[in-house]
Write a protein that binds this ligand. Structure first.
Ligand SMILES: O=c1ccn([C@H]2C[C@H](O)[C@@H](CO)O2)c(=O)[nH]1
Ligand SMILES: [Zn+2]
Length: 132
């Protein structure tokens, strides 16, 4: 019996097969978990106009928020990488918008090796609505 976290890791590792990455050939998968245990997966989706690319993490957040979910408890990001994948700055900023700084984020490499971080560790001294 695998733990729920192992299930979330498996989701992120499996969904990245659906990444649309004809340009970078660099698939990424994300599995975002709500506080009421719903799962939203995401992949990176590229475009011939490169700047329109949406990362896996933001795809998962935008799917969840579009479906009415804003309370999250865990994010897993899996990449075809040697080291556990490191999310880009744009995705870190989106994490800050919707997650507590203490929320755990599991980063996974191509062999399933994980690195546990929190949103606050990924994005210290971040820009938030309090500064507006
Ligand atoms: O954490 C990450 C890092 C990169 N990418 C995507 C964006 C682009 O499609 C490809 C190469 O940058 O990887 C993600 O989806 N998430
Ligand atoms: Zn990103």
């Amino acid at each position: 019996m695998s733990s729920v976290k192992e299930q979330w890791i498996k989701e992120a590792c499996q969904v990245y097969q659906r990444a649309y990455v004809p340009y970078s050939k660099f698939p990424v998968g994300a599995c975002l978990v709500t506080k009421d245990d719903q799962i939203f997966t995401g992949v990176n989706i590229e475009n011939a106009s490169f700047g329109l690319t949406n990362c896996a993490e933001r795809t998962a957040f935008f799917k969840a928020v579009s479906e009415g979910h804003r309370d999250f408890k865990h994010l897993v990001v899996a990449g075809d990488t040697d080291d556990p994948i490191s999310p880009c700055g744009a995705c870190r900023q989106v994490m800050v918008e919707f997650c507590d700084s203490s929320m755990p984020v599991t980063l996974v490499n191509k062999d399933g090796v994980t690195k546990e971080m929190t949103v606050g560790e990924l994005m210290p001294y971040s820009f938030t609505e309090e500064q507006l």
